[in-house]
Design a protein around this ligand. Structure first.
Ligand SMILES: C[S@@+](CC[C@H](N)C(=O)[O-])C[C@H]1O[C@@H](n2cnc3c(N)ncnc32)[C@H](O)[C@@H]1O
Ligand code: SF4
Length: 387
């Protein structure tokens, strides 16, 4: 492997993703790898996570870890001791960068908020909360187990414990008008967040919502036109409030971006442990895409038997890396570095100047990115760019 390929990940950094696959209830819209079980074997999962981490560390010796992210599922169901053990082990296997960002995704129930302080003491320094809506009836419709007041109270507890708190909202919900969303988003912005993830509701195959939708029992979803208006209004309102989008669905005050997610979008290296976690690792034999077994029981059994639960490990040819880089980086407001794309061996099948003339792309300082119109057509645009 030549030096540019060996060193490419350094342009974005190195992170650790830890997937916690359990939830108290399955939300009808969610297709994440989440499972409702009667009892969680905290010690068993902890030991398996530590074993997987040790194996991954052997493939990436001597590195400095920039970020850790506990995602799920519902990581706020983790025993704080489990979180502490994972962070401590990460610090032993690699070197934790000074001020490394350590995020945990939390559901905003009162029970979970009771653990926030212990998470901080375990080393977590950023919380990402799945609030989803500030309206009780909407939370019920989304199958959430928390109410709006409970979410606000959990947010206050999060703020008291963490300097960096983000929260997620889902919009484009059934029967939600543009005015409804604008009012709800204004309330969210009044809470003074430094980071917001705002997702348009997607009907994911295999979910309860997909089943209802197929039977015509999920009426009131936005038309494409309303969806575009909701997105445009979101950009405008957040921009005015000082939280411009730095990625399609993510908004932050400058400097408060999720450094972990930027590693994905800027195409760095990341270790993925826990059931169904994905990773990208540059090893002496090349860059590989890794994926672990999705089923928690099968995952735990595989780790116990062999120390690893990799379901797949795929070598990425340089041109594939270039494609992955562009697919991720085009999501960002800062766009993609074309020189890096070409250095990786990428080839474009459409001329960016032509796409710029069509009003879909901008070009600046060797970078390309989507315009407001292009962003709504990102998939089609990528098809044209990558053939
Ligand atoms: C891994 S999930 C869950 C985090 C946490 N368990 C929770 O539910 O609060 C991360 C975020 O993805 C978003 N999300 C999940 N499924 C979605 C869907 N079908 N459409 C839009 N957003 C979705 C939600 O905002 C959610 O908070
Ligand atoms: S949205 Fe969150 S709480 Fe709901 S099932 Fe998905 S991961 Fe679990």
């Amino acid at each position: 492997m030549n030096a540019p390929l060996r060193e490419d990940w350094r342009a974005a950094g190195f992170g650790l993703y830890v997937h916690w696959p359990f939830c108290l209830a399955k939300c009808p819209y969610c297709d994440f790898n989440s499972h409702v079980v009667r009892e969680i074997d905290q010690a068993g999962v902890r030991d398996a996570l530590l074993a997987e981490m040790a194996a991954a560390a052997a493939e990436t010796p001597g590195r400095t870890l920039d970020t850790i992210f506990f995602g799920g599922g519902t990581p706020s169901l983790m025993a704080p001791e489990t979180v502490a053990a994972v962070i401590a082990a990460a610090g032993r296997h690699w070197r934790l960068a000074p001020g490394a960002e350590i995020t945990l995704e939390a559901n905003p129930t009162s029970v979970e908020a009771g653990r926030f302080r212990a998470y901080r003491e375990a080393g977590v320094n950023r919380l990402s909360m799945g609030i989803q809506s500030l309206r009780d009836d909407q939370l019920r419709a989304l199958g959430r187990t928390h109410g709006a007041a409970e979410a606000r109270a959990a947010l206050a507890i999060a703020r008291a414990n963490f300097e960096r708190v983000s929260f997620d909202l889902i919009y484009g919900r059934p029967h939600q008008s543009l005015a409804d969303w604008q009012a709800e988003l204004a309330e969210a912005l009044e809470l003074g967040p430094s980071h917001l993830s705002l997702y348009q509701l997607t009907i994911e195959p295999g979910t309860r919502f997909a089943e209802l939708h197929a039977r015509g029992r999920l009426p009131g979803l936005p038309t494409g036109e309303l969806g575009a208006a909701l997105y445009a209004a979101t950009q405008e309102q957040c921009g005015t409030a000082g939280l411009p989008a730095y990625e399609i669905s993510n908004h932050a005050r400058p400097g408060q971006e999720s450094r972990h997610n930027l590693i994905y979008w800027r195409y760095g290296d990341y270790v993925g442990i826990g059931p169904g976690a994905h990773g990208r690792l540059t090893r002496p034999d090349g860059r590989v895409a890794t994926e672990t077994l999705r089923d928690p029981a099968a995952w735990a059994a595989a780790v116990a038997a062999t120390g690893s639960a990799r379901a797949a490990e795929t070598r990425l040819a340089p041109a594939e890396q270039a494609q992955e880089y562009l697919i991720m980086a085009i999501r960002l407001a800062e766009g993609a570095d074309l020189e890096r794309f070409f250095r990786l061996g990428g080839r474009l099948s459409a001329d960016p100047a032509g796409l710029e003339a069509e009003g879909l792309l901008w070009r600046r300082g060797g970078r390309i990115g989507t315009t407001g119109r292009g962003r709504l057509l990102t998939d089609a645009l990528l098809l044209r760019l990558l053939g």
